[in-house]
Every structure is written in structure tokens, then in C-alpha cells.
Ligand binder design. Sequence first.
Ligand SMILES: Cc1cc2nc3c(=O)[nH]c(=O)nc-3n(C[C@H](O)[C@H](O)[C@H](O)COP(=O)(O)OP(=O)(O)OC[C@H]3O[C@@H](n4cnc5c(N)ncnc54)[C@H](O)[C@@H]3O)c2cc1C
Length: 434
Amino acid sequence: MNIFNDKTCSWVNDLIIRTNIKTLKSNESCEWLIIGAGYTGLSAARKLGQLYPNHKIILVDAQLAGEGASSRNSGYLVDTTLNDGFTSNKELDNFKKKADIYDLGIKVVKKFINEHQVDCDWNECGKYFASSKIEDEKILRNFSNTLSKLGFEHNLLSNNELSKRLGTNFYNIALHTKGGVLLHPGKLVRAMIDVLPKNVCLYENSSLLNWVKNKDIINCNFKNGKIKAMKVIFATNGFLKSLGIKSNYNFPITLTASMTRTLTDEEFKSIGEPKEWGVLPVRAMGATIRMTKDRRILIRNTAEVHNSFKMSNSNLEKRSINQKIGIRKRFPQLPDNIIQSSWSGIVSRSRNSSQIFEKIDNNVFAAGCYNGSGIGVGTLFGEQIAIKASENITKEIETIEARIKPTWLPPQPFLNLGIKTRLIYERLRARTEI
Ligand SMILES: Cc1cc2nc3c(=O)[nH]c(=O)nc-3n(C[C@H](O)[C@H](O)[C@H](O)COP(=O)(O)OP(=O)(O)OC[C@H]3O[C@@H](n4cnc5c(N)ncnc54)[C@H](O)[C@@H]3O)c2cc1C
């Protein structure tokens, strides 16, 4: 099983190409094995390296470390969400538990960037939940009530103020939350690779094919080698299901996004020279759209059931055309051909939007399924699953485990049929917002 990602993500292309890439070419054994080197796996490895400086820790990824969803996302480190992917969770107690986890996620990323002096274009500018439809004010007023009850600072804005702030008069109503950070996801994950402890051995382009447990030892088979491990942490998020991890509780969803080149001075003037901003849709399947610090526009407006291992160039192109239309709708004054790159990425979802954080068998642990909000939660879960696997407990683990677990999913073909129907329905509801 190999993962072929398109090579066109602007966030990845912004980074210096790494050298000294090692692939697994022999048989090895270790105390700790982590599969998947995104935010989750890298954070688990960093924590284990600190806890066990004398243990051998192996971290393996099927592609280049960090080049999965961790550097292909929209870069919103969220404190609150109105929708989780394509569903909404409106119940207060659940919302609070979710927000408590997000809060810990922001803190852990902030601590990481402060400790290691990471430049990842961190901007605590909050975010907008915006809609072009006046009637969505009702949804935003309800959301505002929830946020007020939980003490989140926010305010409602209408068209005039929004067009000044965003440089588009597409949106008629929005709720701005003060919390939440915008960042460069590629720079963040690259920093996590750069600071891996010395006793962590990273193998890349080395896909785990299958694994078996023999008594308490876990034997993992790769194309050119095997690893025998005392403990394993699965941190493969959108690929948990393909490795047989909690398969009846999570499923992969493919997202695509596009980014423009940097706007010229004239183009930037034509939209009113707005400061950096990020908009999330009010209707679940609407577009996420962002103006970056360096004046590029990012848009993500698809979520679908697709082959998780590869999206063809022609399929990606079709999605890119949709994204071009999304940009044109909002910024008709900009030229048509400014998209510089389009890419796809895989996330993991559960039915009830809960995450996976579990010991799934003796010496086997898994963390993932962040329902589209994994920057902070993935970083948090990575660290904390390492602590849990060390048989320890923290306040953070208690907070994570206070949330309900993902609920059971129906088997195929009913599952895909159900998801596709729901996606079509949500896409129709959001058609003006795409
Ligand atoms: C377009 C897009 C926009 C998004 N926007 C946001 C956002 O704004 N904010 C936010 O918080 N989240 C966002 N997300 C979600 C976020 O990117 C993920 O939740 C996060 O990256 C999860 O991190 P992870 O380390 O668990 O998984 P990943 O980054 O997916 O890492 C898992 C790794 O496991 C590896 N792997 C898989 N199978 C194997 C195998 N068999 N053997 C070895 N390695 C394997 C993969 O190659 C991959 O590198 C977005 C995602 C996408 C795709």
C-alpha cells in the first residue's frame, strides 16, 4: 500500500527541500514504534524521546514526513467550530468538552512554538464564520448564544464592516471570534521534524503493509524490511481504517484546496488591502477561504468520499476549476488565472465528530480522527497518547477522555451510500457558499 500525494501544495513548496531522507531497508527492533509522521506521530515521538532518552524509538511514514494532511491543511488552529466537517454539534455540554480539547490543543502548539522559537506565521487574529445569506443570521445568533454561555469573546458583523475587513462584499453576515490562530501549517510541521530528539529514528517513504501481534510483541511488515516493536502507536489519521484500526468507527474523507500566487500591489489595492483573515462557512459544505499574511488567497470547498491513496491530476483539475469559480465569486476584480497550486489531502471522520484516543490492545495505541480540526488536537493527542502508552495519566488525558467516544458505523456499502447522500444534501444546502 503506497500513498501518492500530488506534488503541488503551495505550503510544501514554500519550504526548503529536506535532505538525508532514510528509508527502511533492513529488519529492526525497538521499544517504541510510531506509524505516521504528521502532527500526531511527530508529537508522540517528541514526547517519547523526552520520556525515554535511552529507548530506541522508530517513527515511520509512507511518504515524506509531514507531507500528508499536516502540511496540506488550511492553517486554522481553532478554539471553537460551528461545524465539524459536514456535521454540526449543537448540544452545550458536548460543545464545551470539544472546546476544552481545542483549548488544550492551542496551548500545546503555542508552547511548542515558544520553546523552539518556531516561525510559522502565527497570527492570533481570530476567525470569521460568514455567509452570503441573510437568513443564516438565525444560525449565527444561536451560535452566539452558545459562545456567550461558555465565555468566548465574539461579535456579529454585517456586510459593510465585512467588506472593509475582508475586501469582498460577498458576505452579508458573519460572527467573528476573537480566539483562534492562523498559521502556516507546512512551517509548523517542518519545525516538528527538525527538533525530533536524537533517539528517534525517522524512516520515510516506507509504507506499513500489515501488522500482527504475537503475544505482546508487534511485528510490522514493510516493503523492504520488518520492525519488531514492544509498543506501537498508530498515528495515521485518514489511514487508520486502511490499517484495520477502529475500522467501524472512522472513515477517510478527501479534501481539496487551491492557493493563488501572491497578489500584486495593484490587485491588493483593488480589494482594499485587507489584513490577514480567515473565513469558515456557516453552512457545513461551504468554502473555507483565507487571505494569508503574504497576500495569497486559499480556498477549500470540497469534501468527498474518494480513493484515499491517490487523486488523479484530471480529478484535481476539476476541483481546481470549482475553486477558481469560488474565488471569482468573491473577488470579481481579480484576474482569472491566479491559482498557483491545487492539492488534495485525507482526513478522518467519525459519525458523531468525536476523536479516537485509545489503547486498542495490549501495547497498541491509536490517536486520530480529528474531523477536520487536527492542528491543535493532533499535536495534543500525539503527546498525550505517548504518556498514556507509558501507563501515566495527566489532566489533559482526563479532559480528552471525558468526551464521548466515536459511535459505530454501518458496514459497506451502506456506509459510503450514507456518507455520499449526506454530502450531496449538505452541498445542496451550501450551494451559494461554495
Ligand atoms: C485541505 C485540508 C484542510 C484542512 N484544514 C484544517 C484546518 O484549517 N485546521 C485544522 O486544525 N485541521 C485542518 N485539516 C485537518 C488536519 O490537516 C489533520 O487533522 C491533521 O493533519 C492530522 O494530523 P495527523 O498527524 O494525525 O495525520 P496526517 O497529517 O494525515 O499524518 C498521517 C501520516 O500517516 C502516514 N501513513 C498513512 N498510512 C501509512 C502507512 N501504512 N505506513 C506508514 N505511514 C502511513 C501518512 O503518509 C501521513 O503522513 C485539514 C485537512 C485538509 C486535507
